[in-house]
Structure formats: structure tokens, C-alpha cells
Design a protein around this ligand. Structure first.
Ligand SMILES: [Zn+2]
Length: 404
């Protein structure tokens, strides 16, 4: 296939937006949206929703839901962040697309890594969240604006959440609700290092093992104590036998917590951990093995097990394959390449597809060093990936990709 005249017009319009894309990236990287920093999250959300409202989208803010208290870092102070649902319907589009983006990053808003620094050759830049995923958010807004200015009818909902990096607990329900209302899904995570599209993802589960014993003074009445740390250690030995790399079964434990002083038998010990699995049956097996560690809650000592396997594995199902092939077709028509790959990483694409929406989730920009102070972006990918996104959205709207 070749680009249609209208698609070529969209690609040209985006090519002319190069400097504006970089300006927007600089602006958004400079807003420190890491670690639940509400003022920056609110400002970022406002900047994006204002732009989308100008395209005729209705803007709705949905309240965040609470997160399980046992999760590491689970006890958030203050209100959970809202999710913005920016919806443009009432169009002649054949199919609707849900575009998901997260505003949060993992970076410390008080740290030294604060702004976008462009390399001397102008080809790359460093900055907190520049690829994960401020670059993705910026290209998506420009892609939708370019489609609008070129007269392409598209029905889309742009969902902006603020808690993807901490597990999407506050926004999961909204993401699932919206997934059910659309035909196809796109998430704006960065491309894999070589520019690949991730078409298959492992699932991820969080867990916490809490052991309770009886405290006693180590010197005076050691015999009356029951060490929760020892009980936890026994559990951890059993958990250490669970991983099976051939079967893609990954279970990691850490951090740990137990006891308060060396001269007291510890009456409480806890361990948090993370599991990864290639398919639901393996995730279920891990969850069952963890649950089997639990005792009667009134026993002495006792073991309680908490699990949240909320990011199911994302398989390369036929509908996702059609969408991925459409993305590859659009890339090739634009003179780009789009290889496919698998990853153990998880993202909101796992949740969207689990809710029934065929989704491809690495349509953001290219770069690397995610979640580190060396996070970098390939600046040439701003225009390229924006063009790819726009042409793909135009083709979805035109009915070129069948969701069923
Ligand atoms: Zn991300």
C-alpha cells in the first residue's frame, strides 16, 4: 500500500511540527510528575486536556480509587489522583480507538534530574520521563491535532491516568470501563530499544507475606517467644523453589522487614515480592503456591498472604496481530520499519487487552534508560512516531482494522 493523498498531507503537516514537538517535550519533561507530585500532575493534565478540548473532546475527570493498604508504598497520603477521559465521538469514523497514556514518571521531583538536555548533535536528549512516556503523550496530541487540521474523521478517547508506574490501582476500573466501549486500543509506552513493537507481554502480580509470632525478651524469657522472622524465612525458602525459567515462571522476593530490636524476639515480619508469568494458568499456579503458605489466622505463629495479580499476561491474539500488522503497514508506507518482539515488562496494555480490547502498547517514541537518571530519547522519533500514530489512527477510523 501507499499513503493516500490525505495521509501524505497528515505526514507533511506533522513533519512541519518538528520544532513544536520538541518545545512541548521540553515543557512536559520540566514538569516533575514523579512520585505522586500532585501540582505537576494537575498542571500536566490540564495542559493536555485543554488541547484535546480544542479538538472537540468532552473532558471528564473520574475520581481515583484507593489502593490496597498492604502494597509497598500503598498507604498514600492525600487523595488518589483522578483519571481524565477525553472523548471525541459524533464522527463518521467506522471504528473507535482508546488511546491510553500515563502522566506519572518514576523520577523524584526533588532530585537533580529535572529537565530536558539536548545533545550537541541534536539527535538525542536526556530527561526524566522523556520516553516513558512524555514523548508518547506529546506525539499523540500532535497526531490528533494534525488529523483534525487535515480533515480526517476519527473517533477516539484519550485516557490520561497518573498512576501507571505504581500499578494503576487508582485508575484500573476506569481503564477497564473505557476498554469495553472501544474497538481497538493503543498505549503510548516507548518502543523497545531497537524500535520494536511489543506484541506479547508477561503478566505481573504483587504479593506480601505477613508472619506473626510472639515477642519476648531475648535474655530473660527467650523460650516464651515465637519468632516471626524464622517463620518468614521458612516461607521464603519455599518461595525460592517456585521459579521455573523454562516455563517463564518468575518469582522474586524483596524488600523484607522484621523485628524492631536485636534483644526482642520479633513478633512481626513481612516480605513483599513480584511474580511474572507468560499466561494465566502459570499466574494462577504461582498465586495458589503463595496462598498455600497461609495458616489459620488465629494460629501461633500465623502466616497471612496478600496477592494482587492485576496485570494479566498479554497474548498475541489474532485481533492484536491484525492491529500490529496494520501498524507495521503504516510504518512501511512511511518508509519506516516496525519489527515485533516480546517483553517481560508490563503496562496498561495488559489491563486493556484483558478487558477485551485488542491493544498494541509501544507506539510511543524511541529511546532507552527507562526509570534511570540516563533516560534518553531519540529525537528523530518524535516526528516519525507521530506520523506513524496519526496514519494508524486514520486507518483505524477508516475501518481498515477489524477488531473481531
Ligand atoms: Zn510507561
Amino acid at each position: 500500500m501507499k499513503l493516500t493523498q490525505q495521509e501524505q498531507g497528515v505526514a507533511d503537516e506533522i513533519a512541519s511540527r518538528g520544532p513544536a514537538l520538541l518545545d512541548d517535550l521540553r515543557l512536559h519533561v520540566g514538569l516533575p510528575t514523579g512520585m505522586g507530585n500532585t501540582p505537576a500532575l494537575d498542571e500536566t493534565r490540564g495542559l493536555f486536556t485543554d488541547r484535546l478540548a480544542k479538538l472537540g473532546a468532552s473532558i471528564e475527570s473520574r475520581a481515583g480509587e484507593p489502593k490496597p493498604a498492604w502494597l509497598r508504598g500503598g498507604s498514600t497520603t492525600g487523595e488518589p489522583p483522578p483519571t481524565a477521559i477525553c472523548r471525541r465521538t459524533d464522527r463518521k469514523a467506522e471504528r473507535s480507538v482508546l488511546i491510553a497514556g500515563h502522566l506519572d514518571t518514576v523520577h523524584d521531583p526533588r532530585g537533580d534530574f529535572r529537565e530536558l538536555t539536548v545533545a550537541a548533535d541534536g539527535k538525542t536528549a536526556l530527561g526524566p520521563g522523556c520516553v516513558d512516556m512524555k514523548g508518547g503523550l506529546v506525539i499523540a496530541v500532535h497526531a490528533l491535532e494534525a488529523l483534525e487540521s487535515c480533515g480526517v474523521d476519527a473517533a477516539w478517547t484519550f485516557l490520561l491516568n497518573s498512576d501507571e508506574e505504581t500499578g494503576t490501582y487508582h485508575s484500573e476500573r476506569h481503564l477497564r470501563d473505557e476498554a469495553q466501549k472501544h474497538d481497538l486500543g493503543i498505549a503510548l509506552e516507548p518502543a523497545l530499544a531497537d524500535g520494536s513493537l511489543a506484541v506479547e507481554r508477561m503478566g505481573s502480580g504483587q504479593f506480601m507475606i505477613e508472619c506473626r509470632g510472639r515477642s519476648a525478651h531475648v535474655g530473660r524469657e527467650f523460650e516464651k517467644g515465637v519468632s516471626a522472622v524464622n517463620v518468614l524465612a521458612e516461607c521464603l525458602v519455599r518461595i525460592a523453589r517456585l521459579p521455573d525459567l523454562e516455563a517463564g515462571k518468575i518469582v522474586s522476593v524483596g524488600p523484607l522487614e522484621g523485628g524492631v530490636a536485636t534483644n526482642a524476639v520479633p513478633d512481626r515480619a513481612r516480605a513483599w515480592g513480584n511474580a511474572r508469568f507468560p499466561e494465566k494458568s502459570v499466574g494462577d499456579e504461582i498465586e495458589a503456591s503463595l496462598a498455600a503458605l497461609a495458616t489459620d489466622p488465629t494460629a501461633m505463629p500465623s502466616v497471612e498472604v496478600f496477592t494482587s495479580f492485576n496485570r494479566p499476561a498479554k497474548a498475541f491474539i489474532p485481533a492484536t496481530e491484525r492491529l500490529a500488522l496494520a501498524a507495521r503497514g503504516a510504518a512501511e508506507d512511511l518508509g519506516q520499519v516496525l519489527p515485533f518482539a516480546k517483553t517481560g515488562g508490563v503496562c496498561d496494555g495488559n489491563i486493556m487487552q484483558d478487558a477485551g480490547l485488542p491493544t498494541i502498547d509501544t507506539l510511543g517514541v524511541r529511546g532507552g534508560g527507562l526509570h534511570t537518571p540516563d533516560e534518553w530519547i531519540d529525537l528523530t522519533s518524535l516526528v516519525e512516531r507521530c506520523q506513524l500514530l496519526a496514519v494508524l489512527i486514520a486507518r483505524i477510523a477508516g475501518g481498515a482494522v477489524s477488531p473481531a
